[in-house]
Design a protein around this ligand. Sequence first.
Ligand code: THU
Length: 134
Amino acid sequence: MSDNSLIAAASEVRSRAYAPYSNFAVGAALQTKSGKVFTGCNVENISLGLTICAERAALASAVADGEREFVAVAIVTGFGEPVFPCGACRQVLVEFNPELQIIAATTDGRSETVLLSDLLPRSVQKILKPVTNV
Ligand code: THU
């Protein structure tokens, strides 16, 4: 799937974002290695910290469908410049592929692509065991 089709899928799901508190609607479309696309939008809550970001919503949907191999995610916002995933989403995405392509796009047609490993360098890749010889 082309970057533009992935952006179109993210843009479409963005129209269903529930963002009454920030008024900042976000759509995400995650592409699997096998070519499927899973989408998600942000879902806010009056208890603000419970907000679910679009990227994590898309990822949870894909994993629930049995997918674990991802190649790219497109994120669409109505901001003037491309917006990249928050720190929490970077960490959740890096679990599955540090080399994931992040395509950050805007509703007015701008986009920028970066590698997740550049947004979250030196991420933890295995469970760290404490030294026990104390
Ligand atoms: N948000 C996302 O869903 N993804 C991002 O990459 C940036 C932020 C949401 C969270 C919140 O609902 C709103 O955007 C404002 O931060």
